[in-house]
Design a protein around this ligand. Structure first.
Ligand code: ASP
Ligand code: MG
Length: 418
């Protein structure tokens, strides 16, 4: 069997959904499980809605209406005025209407997952209905009953034993009856609350299903020809890799290459399942294959740019040296507030870390560090990582920007710039 994953860009409008039907239509002889993300920029819009709700801001209903209208427009273009999927979609939106009628009481991350998950619940309803409309028999399943996580909201940790058991119990039989369509990015807790697996987590969903079902391969269909050495929106002369090893792919995603979610590769590597990254506009093109014993060929360095970074400096209030026990306390705070360190350095008097800026987590982290330490920070920075760099490539990247922190090892160079 095959697992396909379609990201938001592939289903950003009616034309995208139609194209998705065509891509999938080429595989009618195969058992197929299709994982779909939220349409276009819906997840960002739902994040905005969550913030508007939590902040009690006036534009909350306007934001939500825009999200609804966007989906209804696509539905109209696909199905005309009447189709049972209209009710399915409306019923999904209504859950949010009920929720946002009340004042927000719960933890932000919890609210976030309950609201943001709507994007995938709706997109998969539409895609599944479209498949059936095209005589591609499909079955919509609610992933929250299959991917079981703990209650780390916005970063659900998968309970593999439970997940494997659920998937293996039901899915093989369903695959025999048509295309199984399900949501990327989501999981469910034992108390039946919704979790998300981290932004761009749909790749990980595909990988979980593939690993549990012993798939032949996973294909993630993208708006790029495959894995490129850099983001083509930022750099003009990119090259595509024909193949990459699991190891290299893991390194790339670790440093923030957004083409694949970081947690995707490991389950596939363990089960020796290749991951294909292919363009949904040219389904026959070879794309990039990530697999065992791949030939890594780096004619150009891999460039990974992470925006919205904060450089945080922590020092002892009495100006004493940064000791191991300070460091362990600092790291405990990072771990507790779920803040990942992208790059770090210690000097005699301070510890400096480059982290992703996420307002709620950052506030919590600051508060807890400030109980014991002096903290300074610089925000709105960029972290650039070069894999397989050359000194000249590094110099060219930095240009005349000020490097606030820089680190090089044999294969990897990293620099934080303004
Ligand atoms: N829709 C989610 C996001 O945009 C998950 C995904 O696209 O993989 O983060
Ligand atoms: Mg998405």
């Amino acid at each position: 069997m095959l697992v396909f994953k379609f990201g938001g860009a592939s289903v950003k409008d009616a034309q995208g959904v139609i194209n998705l039907g065509k891509v999938v239509g080429n595989y009618t002889g195969e058992q197929l499980l299709v994982v779909v993300s939220a349409m276009g920029k819906t997840t960002n819009a739902l994040e905005k809605l969550t913030r508007a709700y939590v902040d009690g801001s006036d534009d909350m209903h306007a934001i939500f209406d825009e999200i609804k209208n966007y989906h209804y427009q696509i539905l109209h273009e696909l199905f005309g005025d009447h189709h049972p999927v209209f009710d399915e979609v409306a019923n999904t939106f209504v859950e949010i209407d009920w929720m946002i009628e009340d004042e927000p009481h719960d933890d932000f991350d919890f609210i976030y997952d309950q609201i943001v998950s709507i994007g995938e619940l709706v997109s998969t309803r539409i895609v599944s209905a479209w498949f059936n409309h095209q005589n591609l028999t499909s079955k919509w399943i609610d992933v929250r009953g299959y991917i079981h996580t703990d209650n780390t909201y916005r970063e659900g940790i998968v309970d593999w034993d439970k997940t494997r058991a659920s998937i293996q119990k039901d899915i093989p039989a369903l695959l025999g009856n048509g295309i199984v369509v399900t949501q990327g990015f989501l999981g469910g807790t034992s108390e039946n609350f919704t979790t998300t697996l981290g932004r761009e987590g749909s790749d990980y969903t595909a990988s979980i299903f593939a690993a549990c079902l012993g798939a032949e391969s996973v294909t993630t269909w993208k708006d790029v020809p495959g894995i490129l050495n850099a983001d083509p929106k930022l750099f003009p002369d990119t090259i595509k890799f024909d193949e990459l090893s699991y190891q290299e792919a893991i390194e790339m995603t670790y440093y923030g290459a957004s083409v694949i979610h970081p947690k995707t590769i490991k389950p596939l590597q363990n089960a020796n399942i290749p991951l294909l990254v292919k363009p949904f506009t040219h389904p026959d093109a070879p794309g990039t294959v990530i697999k065992q014993n791949a030939i890594n060929k780096f004619d150009k360095p891999v460039i990974i740019v992470k925006n919205n970074q904060v450089l945080l400096s922590v020092s002892a209030t009495d100006y004493s040296f940064v000791s191991e026990s300070h460091l362990s306390e600092i790291f405990a705070a990072f771990a507790k507030h779920n803040v990942k360190v992208n790059m770090m350095q210690t000097s005699a008097l301070s510890f400096t870390a480059c982290i992703d800026f996420s307002p709620e987590r950052f506030e919590r982290l600051l508060k807890s560090l400030k109980e014991t330490f002096k903290v300074k920070y610089n925000s709105d920075l960029k972290l650039i990582t070069l894999r397989h760099y050359t000194d000249s490539a590094l110099q060219e990247i930095i240009g005349d920007e000020t490097a606030l922190m820089k680190q090089t090892s044999r294969n990897t160079a990293q620099v934080v710039v303004k």
